[in-house]
Design a protein around this ligand. Structure first.
Ligand SMILES: Cc1cc2nc3c(=O)[nH]c(=O)nc-3n(C[C@H](O)[C@H](O)[C@H](O)COP(=O)(O)OP(=O)(O)OC[C@H]3O[C@@H](n4cnc5c(N)ncnc54)[C@H](O)[C@@H]3O)c2cc1C
Length: 460
């Protein structure tokens, strides 16, 4: 618990209207998008500018108080859980879009801007920021950069780090550092900006972000393909990518998350099918038409049914159903252990087959979904933590699924980050020297470990 003296100092820094301390409010900030983790902070603050963040960090550092940055709290790795208590520093009141510059194809925003608000503002000018985490109606730009988030469109356009041009960051001791700039090319010194992109709030708090933008493609079209066998669907994805077409999105949903599709596609075919692939191609209208034809030809060789959305309205119905995946899977069991592995694209079918075998051995249901065009899967083991024996089997299955991904040349997190959830796998997934370097960087930038402590590596 931090004492009243500290709370009063925080009130003086941010204004008393921006400080929460009640028991109920602490519960509200004790969790994020993960199911298994929660811990209450002692106080939650909502700074309104970088100076307030800097002063808070300086004070917390001098007094050894943990500070956990938080945007929308939608992450699914335990990243914004204040596992050591202390201060939750929530950026949602720093929500100004400072500039959208159509000529320079860039925009500068405060960290608390909600991704959807940003996209809506860009769309009015015919522009877009490609990374599209499916939590876009609630996640913030600070969270997106701190997690180096991905999403369906990252297949063609790349993840967040490919769009960060400049950052302003408040360091653990309160110093503010400006990194990068406004230009798409910048070879000045070490790439320090990349150190903070994806650092999960453990090295500094991002107070301003400049991002590269793209013009909205002139046309797009969506293809839906239904399969009986998940591994065959996986092989089909590999064939699409190997055929020299780069769709903007290739998403994979299995029968556990068909609920929202039932209103759109006849139940009969879904009842006897295992997988839906949702594929979007974008670009110039004539290119889109030719590439959709190519996708249809390839998918028809293996799929039970292939549909090309007749118009934007039908396509949007399919994508809405895809966006319901997370709530759909969480409605299927008392507990879901949801992973985020990424495997090389030519290993997608192997990953599915081997993971299915593991689930069979442990006798637990497993669901696959994800941004499969990138080889990025969210395998979910369905369990019930009230049944200890089942839960233990589910955990063992998850461990094995992660081992499978690593053996196939994959990684333990494609986009969700390590946080608390995946810290126990880090030693298996990273060169020990690389972990040592990361720890030295942490010690250099935050010697007292007051910034988002307990994350990324297991600490006691
Ligand atoms: C339904 C659902 C769908 C999702 N889909 C995707 C997806 O498709 N792709 C994907 O990549 N992710 C996805 N996510 C995960 C998550 O939404 C993203 O990681 C998102 O970018 C997090 O943003 P946030 O504002 O909610 O961050 P938070 O959850 O608040 O924080 C995330 C991390 O960033 C740190 N942080 C937050 N703000 C700052 C800041 N200003 N400076 C420094 N550190 C900061 C926090 O300490 C924490 O470690 C999904 C989550 C849900 C619940």
């Amino acid at each position: 618990m931090i004492d009243t003296k500290h709370v009063n100092r925080l009130r003086a820094i941010t204004g008393k209207e921006n400080v929460l301390t009640s028991k109920e409010e602490m519960v509200a900030y004790s969790y994020d998008g993960t199911q298994m983790w929660s811990h209450q902070p002692d106080v939650v603050i909502f700074p309104t500018n970088a100076t307030e963040i800097s002063e808070t960090l300086k004070y917390a550092n001098e007094n050894g108080i943990p500070v956990t940055p938080r945007g929308g709290g939608t992450n699914v790795s335990g990243g914004s859980i204040p596992i050591r208590g202390g201060i939750v520093l929530c950026t949602t009141k720093m929500n100004r879009i400072i500039e959208i510059n159509k000529t320079n194809l860039n925009a500068t925003v405060e960290p608390g801007v909600i991704l959807q608000d940003f996209q809506d503002a860009l769309a009015k000018q015919g522009l877009f920021f490609p990374p599209d985490p499916q939590s876009y109606s609630g996640c913030t730009m600070g969270g997106v950069v701190a997690e180096n988030s991905g999403g369906p469109s990252c297949l063609k356009y790349g993840v967040t780090k490919q769009y960060v041009l400049g950052l302003e960051v408040a360091l653990a001791d309160g110093k503010i550092v400006k990194l990068g700039g406004l230009t798409p090319k910048n070879r000045t010194g070490y790439e320090l900006m990349m150190l903070f992109t994806g650092s999960e709030g453990t090295l500094g708090i991002i107070t301003k972000i400049t991002l590269r933008l793209l013009p909205v493609p002139k046309a797009n079209q969506t293809v839906l393909a239904i399969f009986r066998d998940p591994a065959v669907a996986g092989e089909t994805v590999t064939s699409i990518i190997a055929s020299s077409i780069l769709p903007s999105k290739v998403e994979f949903m299995d029968k556990w998350t068909f609920n929202k599709f039932r209103g759109i596609i006849p139940d009969a075919i879904l009842d006897t099918s295992e997988v839906i692939l949702l594929i979007q191609v974008d670009g110039l209208p004539q290119t889109v038409a030719a590439e959709v034809q190519q996708v249809v030809t390839i998918t028809k060789k293996t799929a039970r049914e292939v549909r090309v959305a007749a118009d934007a309205k039908e396509a949007e119905k399919y994508w809405q159903a895809r966006r319901a995946h997370f709530s759909d899977i969480h409605s299927q069991a008392h507990d879901i252990i949801n992973e985020d592995v990424s495997v090389p694209r030519d290993k997608i079918a192997d990953f599915i087959r081997l993971s299915q075998e593991a689930a069979k051995r442990y006798d637990v249901p497993i669901s696959f979904a994800g941004h499969v065009g990138d080889g990025n899967f969210h395998p979910a083991v369905l369990t019930d933590s009230r049944n200890k024996e089942h839960y233990q089997r589910a955990l063992k299955c998850v461990d094995e699924v992660i081992e499978i991904a690593l053996k196939l040349g994959g990684v333990i997190s494609g986009e969700h980050g390590i946080g608390l959830e995946k810290a126990r796998f880090l030693k298996k997934a990273m060169d020990p020297t690389a972990i040592e370097i990361m720890k030295k960087i942490k010690d250099l930038l935050d010697p007292k470990h007051t910034l988002n402590p307990g994350k990324i590596w297991e600490e006691g």
